[in-house]
Design a protein around this ligand. Structure first.
Ligand code: ADA
Length: 566
C-alpha cells in the first residue's frame, strides 16, 4: 500500500511487499550478485530488525522473482531504499538512486510473459560518496524501508499530476498540470479527460514526442468548494484519464487527492485561506524500536493520535521527506506539515563534498514533485542547521531555495537556523526559523531569548517575515524521576518545555513552535558529544521510543489545548 486511496482504475498495479530473499555482501562482491541467498527479509523493512543484523552497516542484496502474465512494459515504484539502491531486472541495471527518504521509479520496456527476477543492491554505509547520510543525531537504517510496487504501463502513461489551487477573488481556481510520458517509438496525439469536484474537463489533442514527457495544463474555476483547513480538512479526488490516437478505450489513468487552500505570509504572520495561523506541533523522526524507519500504517496512526491528543496542529518532518502515507494521514486529519529536505547539521566542509549539491538537488526535486499535491504541506524547508552563517553556504542556500521556488510558488520556504546573530540567509527565506534550546544548552530565559531572536530576524533580512521557534526542548530519560528535578529527569524536561511554551504562546510575533521532539530516536554511535548520547538515543522525546508519554506530555497538552475549555 503506497497511498491511502486508490490511484488507478485502468492501470494495473501490483504490490511487491512481502518476503524477499536477502544476503549481506561485502564491497568486493561482483555485481549483479549471483550467489546464494541465506536469509529472508520483509519488504518494507529495515534489516536492523533482524536479530543477526541489528547493528549491520554495509551492503546487502534483496531478490524477488515475479511472474508476468502477458507482455507489457513495467514501471517499478520504490518509495524509499536506505540509502543507496542499484536495481537490476533479469541481471540488467535499471536504476541507481541515492537517498533513503525520496521515491524513485524505473521503467523496463516490453517485458515478455513469464518469470523474471528483480534484484536490489542496497548500501547504508557512510563514505565520501554519501554527502547527506553521515553519522548523525538519528540513524540511517538499511533496507527497502518503504513500500514497493510494479505498474503495467502502456506506451503512453500519466507520470504525475501537479494541482495548484488559488483564490484570486470569490471562486476557487486551480491549475492542473498533467505530465504524460511517451515510452513508445512514435509521436502520438493524446487527450485527457478529467473530473474534479463538480467540474469535468477535456483537453484538445496534444502531440507527445517519442521518448519525451509533455506537460499539459488545464486551468479551471470551481464553484461550491469546501476549502481544506486544519479544522475541516476537506479533500477531493482528481481523476484523469488518458486517451491516445489509435486506442478506443482510455490507455491510462491517475487519481490524485487534493485540497483547495492557500498559504500566504503577510505582516509577520502565516495565513491559511487568508486567516492567520499559529503552528503548534512537534519535530518527528520516523523511528521506532520495533520497525526502525519502516513504519506500518498502524504506527503512523498511533503517532498522529498522540500528537492530536496533545493538541498539536502541526508536524515538522525533521530532517527528511516522510513516507507519503504519513502525509496522506496529515491531509485527512488536518495537520499542517513543514516538510524539509534531507540534511542535518552539516558543516561547510561537509557541504563542500563534491556530491552535496547534486544529492540535494535530487532530493529537493523528488520531494517537491512527489509531495506537491498534499494540502497539509504548507512549508517547504531546506538544510537544517547547516552553514548558513558563511558566504559559501549562502550561495548554496540561495540556489536550493531558488530551485524549490522554480517548482512551486504556492508555498512559503524556510530553514531552521541555530546561528543567531551570525545568520546570513534570513533574507532568502519567507519565514525565519530558530533552533535555540534555552534552558537546555544554555541558561537563557526563553522569553528574553525569543524577543532577542525577533530583533536578529528584523536586523538580518527577516523584517516583516513570520517567525517560528523550530526547535526547543531537553533530555528526559523515560522513568527517571528525581525530586531535585535534575537535568535528564522527566521533571526537568517538563519544566523546560513549560517555560518555553509559556513564553512562545504569549508572544504574538511567534507564528509557530515545534518541540524537539515527538519521540526519542536511535542515533548513530560514534565519538564526539553528539554521537555518544546515552543509550544511543536522542532522549528529548515527549514520548519515549515506544511512545510511552513522559511527564512533559501533559505539560504540552495544557499549552497546546489552551482555550479549548478542557
Ligand atoms: C539540533 C538538531 C536536532 C537535534 C537537536 C539536539 O538542533 O537540529 O536534529 O540534534 O539539536 O537534540 O541537540
Amino acid at each position: 500500500m503506497l497511498r491511502l486511496f486508490h490511484t488507478h482504475k485502468v492501470r494495473k498495479t501490483q504490490s511487491l511487499e512481502g518476503e524477499w530473499q536477502f544476503q549481506p555482501i561485502n564491497g568486493d562482491t561482483a555485481v549483479p550478485y549471483e550467489g546464494e541467498y541465506q536469509y529472508v527479509m520483509p519488504v518494507p523493512g529495515c534489516w536492523e530488525m533482524h536479530p543477526r543484523f541489528s547493528t549491520y552497516q554495509g551492503k546487502g542484496v534483496f531478490r524477488k522473482t515475479m511472474v508476468i502474465e502477458k507482455q507489457t512494459s513495467l514501471r517499478f515504484n520504490f518509495q524509499g531504499v536506505s540509502h543507496t539502491a542499484d536495481v537490476y531486472f533479469n541481471g540488467e541495471k535499471i536504476a541507481h538512486h541515492y537517498n533513503a527518504y525520496t521515491p524513485f521509479t524505473a521503467i523496463v520496456k516490453d517485458v515478455p510473459q513469464g518469470k523474471h527476477e528483480l534484484v536490489v543492491e542496497v548500501d547504508n554505509s557512510f563514505s565520501e560518496a554519501s554527502a547527506l547520510h553521515v553519522p548523525n543525531d538519528y540513524y540511517t537504517y538499511g533496507g527497502i524501508i518503504r513500500p514497493v510496487s510494479v505498474e503495467y504501463v502502456p506506451e503512453l502513461f500519466i507520470e504525475r499530476i501537479a494541482f495548484t489551487p488559488s483564490r484570486p477573488s470569490g471562486d476557487w481556481q486551480a491549475d492542473i498540470t498533467v505530465y504524460v510520458r511517451n515510452i513508445g517509438m512514435e509521436p502520438k496525439t493524446v487527450t485527457l479527460q478529467g473530473q474534479l469536484a463538480n467540474e469535468a474537463f477535456t483537453t484538445a489533442g496534444e502531440q507527445v514526442e517519442a521518448g519525451q514527457v509533455k506537460a499539459i495544463t488545464v486551468s479551471r474555476t470551481f464553484t461550491d468548494i469546501n476549502a481544506w483547513s486544519n479544522t475541516d480538512p476537506h479533500l477531493y479526488l482528481l481523476d484523469v484519464q488518458l486517451y491516445a490516437e489509435g486506442y478506443a478505450d482510455p490507455l491510462d489513468d491517475l487519481t490524485e487527492r487534493v485540497g483547495f487552500r492557500t498559504v500566504t505570509t503577510l505582516n509577520n504572520r502565516i495565513q491559511v485561506n487568508g486567516e492567520d495561523v499559529v503552528l503548534k506541533g512537534f519535530n518527528r523522526h520516523e523511528d521506532h524500536p520495533i520497525v526502525g524507519a519502516s513504519f506500518p500504517y498502524q504506527l503512523m496512526v498511533h503517532d498522529i493520535e498522540l500528537m492530536l491528543e496533545a493538541g498539536a496542529n502541526a508536524v515538522r518532518t525533521s530532517h527528511y521527506p516522510n513516507d507519503e502515507r504519513f502525509l496522506d494521514l496529515c491531509d485527512e486529519r488536518g495537520i499542517f506539515v513543514w516538510e524539509e529536505n534531507h540534511a542535518r547539521g552539516l558543516s561547510l566542509e561537509q557541504m563542500q563534498n563534491p556530491n552535496f549539491e547534486r544529492q540535494c538537488e535530487d532530493c529537493n526535486r523528488e520531494m517537491v514533485e512527489s509531495h506537491f499535491n498534499h494540502p497539509s504541506i504548507i512549508i517547504w524547508a531546506i538544510l537544517n542547521e547547516c552553514a548558513s552563517d558563511t558566504p559559501e553556504g549562502r550561495v548554496m542556500y540561495r540556489k536550493q531555495l531558488e530551485q524549490i521556488r522554480s517548482m512551486d510558488r504556492s508555498r512559503p520556504l524556510s530553514f531552521a537556523s541555530h546561528h543567531r546573530e551570525k545568520e546570513l540567509c534570513f533574507d532568502l527565506a519567507d519565514i525565519v526559523s530558530f533552533n535555540l534550546y534555552p534552558l537546555w544548552y544554555g541558561d537563557e530565559d526563553p522569553g528574553e531569548l525569543s524577543d532577542q531572536a525577533r530583533k536578529w530576524a528584523d536586523e538580518l533580512g527577516g523584517l516583516g517575515k513570520p517567525m517560528i521557534m523550530s526547535e526547543f526542548g531537553g533530555d528526559g530519560y523515560y522513568g527517571l524521576r528525581d525530586p531535585n528535578r535534575v537535568k535528564g529527569t522527566e521533571e526537568r524536561q517538563a519544566d523546560i518545555i513549560e517555560r518555553n511554551l509559556d513564553a512562545y504562546t504569549k508572544r504574538p510575533f511567534i507564528s509557530g513552535m515545534f518541540i524537539w521532539q515527538f519521540c526519542d530516536c536511535r542515533v548513530t554511535e560514534g565519538t564526539g558529544w553528539l554521537l555518544t548520547r546515552a543509550g544511543t538515543q536522542n532522549s528529548k522525546g515527549i514520548v519515549d521510543r515506544y511512545r510511552r508519554p513522559k511527564l512533559a506530555y501533559e505539560t504540552v497538552k495544557q499549552y497546546f489545548r489552551q482555550g479549548e475549555g478542557k
